[in-house]
Design a protein around this ligand. Structure first.
Ligand code: 5GP
Ligand code: ZN
Length: 116
Protein backbone atom coordinates (compact mmCIF):
# COMPACT_ATOMS: atom_id res chain seq x y z
CA UNK A 1 0.00 0.00 0.00
CA UNK A 2 1.57 3.20 -1.28
CA UNK A 3 0.80 5.64 1.53
CA UNK A 4 0.50 3.33 4.52
CA UNK A 5 3.03 4.28 7.23
CA UNK A 6 3.58 0.70 8.31
CA UNK A 7 4.02 -0.52 4.72
CA UNK A 8 6.65 2.23 4.40
CA UNK A 9 8.41 0.87 7.49
CA UNK A 10 8.29 -2.63 5.96
CA UNK A 11 9.84 -1.26 2.74
CA UNK A 12 12.50 0.63 4.72
CA UNK A 13 11.27 4.05 3.55
CA UNK A 14 10.66 5.19 7.14
CA UNK A 15 13.14 4.23 9.88
CA UNK A 16 12.02 2.13 12.82
CA UNK A 17 13.76 0.26 15.62
CA UNK A 18 13.08 -3.30 14.55
CA UNK A 19 13.13 -6.05 17.15
CA UNK A 20 12.07 -8.93 14.90
CA UNK A 21 11.63 -9.62 11.21
CA UNK A 22 10.75 -12.74 9.25
CA UNK A 23 9.13 -13.39 5.88
CA UNK A 24 5.61 -12.76 7.21
CA UNK A 25 5.93 -10.30 10.09
CA UNK A 26 7.81 -7.32 11.47
CA UNK A 27 8.00 -6.02 15.04
CA UNK A 28 9.34 -2.58 15.97
CA UNK A 29 9.23 -0.16 18.88
CA UNK A 30 6.27 2.20 19.09
CA UNK A 31 7.35 5.79 18.44
CA UNK A 32 5.28 7.02 21.43
CA UNK A 33 5.66 4.31 24.08
CA UNK A 34 3.05 4.25 26.86
CA UNK A 35 5.13 1.95 29.08
CA UNK A 36 8.80 0.88 29.33
CA UNK A 37 8.12 -1.87 26.79
CA UNK A 38 5.86 -0.98 23.88
CA UNK A 39 6.29 -2.54 20.50
CA UNK A 40 4.05 -3.30 17.56
CA UNK A 41 3.85 -6.60 15.68
CA UNK A 42 2.50 -6.30 12.15
CA UNK A 43 1.94 -8.64 9.22
CA UNK A 44 3.92 -7.74 6.09
CA UNK A 45 0.68 -8.25 4.21
CA UNK A 46 -1.34 -5.03 4.27
CA UNK A 47 -4.54 -5.89 6.16
CA UNK A 48 -6.24 -2.67 7.27
CA UNK A 49 -7.98 -3.83 10.45
CA UNK A 50 -8.84 -6.93 12.43
CA UNK A 51 -12.27 -6.57 10.85
CA UNK A 52 -10.70 -7.23 7.45
CA UNK A 53 -9.17 -10.55 8.47
CA UNK A 54 -10.41 -13.47 6.40
CA UNK A 55 -10.22 -17.25 6.57
CA UNK A 56 -6.99 -17.34 4.54
CA UNK A 57 -5.24 -15.23 7.19
CA UNK A 58 -5.67 -17.79 9.97
CA UNK A 59 -2.15 -19.17 9.77
CA UNK A 60 -0.64 -15.68 9.68
CA UNK A 61 -2.63 -14.55 12.73
CA UNK A 62 -1.80 -17.74 14.57
CA UNK A 63 1.88 -17.15 13.88
CA UNK A 64 1.60 -13.59 15.19
CA UNK A 65 -0.01 -14.71 18.45
CA UNK A 66 2.62 -17.43 18.79
CA UNK A 67 5.34 -14.80 18.31
CA UNK A 68 3.96 -12.30 20.85
CA UNK A 69 5.08 -13.98 24.10
CA UNK A 70 8.47 -14.82 22.58
CA UNK A 71 9.11 -11.25 21.47
CA UNK A 72 7.75 -9.92 24.77
CA UNK A 73 10.23 -12.14 26.65
CA UNK A 74 13.03 -10.90 24.38
CA UNK A 75 12.17 -7.36 25.49
CA UNK A 76 12.29 -8.29 29.18
CA UNK A 77 8.61 -9.02 29.80
CA UNK A 78 9.07 -12.14 31.89
CA UNK A 79 6.12 -11.60 34.22
CA UNK A 80 3.33 -10.73 31.84
CA UNK A 81 2.41 -8.05 29.35
CA UNK A 82 -0.67 -6.61 27.67
CA UNK A 83 -1.75 -7.05 24.07
CA UNK A 84 -4.08 -4.56 22.40
CA UNK A 85 -5.56 -4.49 18.91
CA UNK A 86 -7.49 -1.28 18.26
CA UNK A 87 -10.03 -1.78 15.51
CA UNK A 88 -11.70 0.94 13.48
CA UNK A 89 -13.15 4.24 14.63
CA UNK A 90 -14.75 3.03 17.84
CA UNK A 91 -11.62 1.10 18.74
CA UNK A 92 -9.56 4.26 18.32
CA UNK A 93 -7.38 2.83 15.55
CA UNK A 94 -5.05 5.47 14.08
CA UNK A 95 -2.92 3.49 11.67
CA UNK A 96 -4.94 1.34 9.30
CA UNK A 97 -2.50 -1.53 8.95
CA UNK A 98 -3.29 -4.33 11.39
CA UNK A 99 -0.98 -4.26 14.42
CA UNK A 100 -0.76 -5.88 17.82
CA UNK A 101 0.45 -3.56 20.58
CA UNK A 102 2.58 -5.38 23.16
CA UNK A 103 2.94 -3.34 26.33
CA UNK A 104 4.72 -4.07 29.58
CA UNK A 105 7.41 -3.21 32.09
CA UNK A 106 8.24 -4.13 35.64
CA UNK A 107 5.17 -2.60 37.29
CA UNK A 108 1.55 -3.68 36.99
CA UNK A 109 -0.16 -1.76 34.20
CA UNK A 110 -3.14 0.48 35.03
CA UNK A 111 -6.65 -0.78 34.38
CA UNK A 112 -7.26 -0.84 30.65
CA UNK A 113 -10.60 0.96 30.56
CA UNK A 114 -11.84 3.07 33.44
CA UNK A 115 -15.46 2.98 34.56
CA UNK A 116 -17.33 6.23 34.62
P1 5GP B 1 -3.39 2.60 16.87
O1 5GP B 1 -4.01 3.75 17.58
O2 5GP B 1 -3.63 2.64 15.39
O3 5GP B 1 -3.72 1.27 17.49
O4 5GP B 1 -1.83 2.74 17.15
C1 5GP B 1 -0.92 3.25 16.24
C2 5GP B 1 0.42 3.27 16.94
O5 5GP B 1 1.43 3.49 15.98
C3 5GP B 1 0.54 4.40 17.98
O6 5GP B 1 0.86 3.83 19.26
C4 5GP B 1 1.67 5.27 17.44
O7 5GP B 1 2.51 5.78 18.46
C5 5GP B 1 2.41 4.32 16.51
N1 5GP B 1 3.04 4.97 15.38
C6 5GP B 1 2.45 5.84 14.52
N2 5GP B 1 3.32 6.22 13.57
C7 5GP B 1 4.48 5.58 13.83
C8 5GP B 1 5.76 5.56 13.18
O8 5GP B 1 6.01 6.23 12.17
N3 5GP B 1 6.72 4.79 13.74
C9 5GP B 1 6.49 4.02 14.85
N4 5GP B 1 7.50 3.29 15.32
N5 5GP B 1 5.29 4.00 15.48
C10 5GP B 1 4.31 4.77 14.98
ZN1 ZN C 1 0.11 -1.17 5.19
Amino acid sequence: MENCIFCKIIRGEIPATKIHEDEDTLAFLDIHPVAPVHFLLIPKLHIATLGDVDVQHQQLLGKMLWLVPRLAASQGCTDGFRTIINTGRVGGQEVFHLHIHVIGGKDRLPAMIHHG
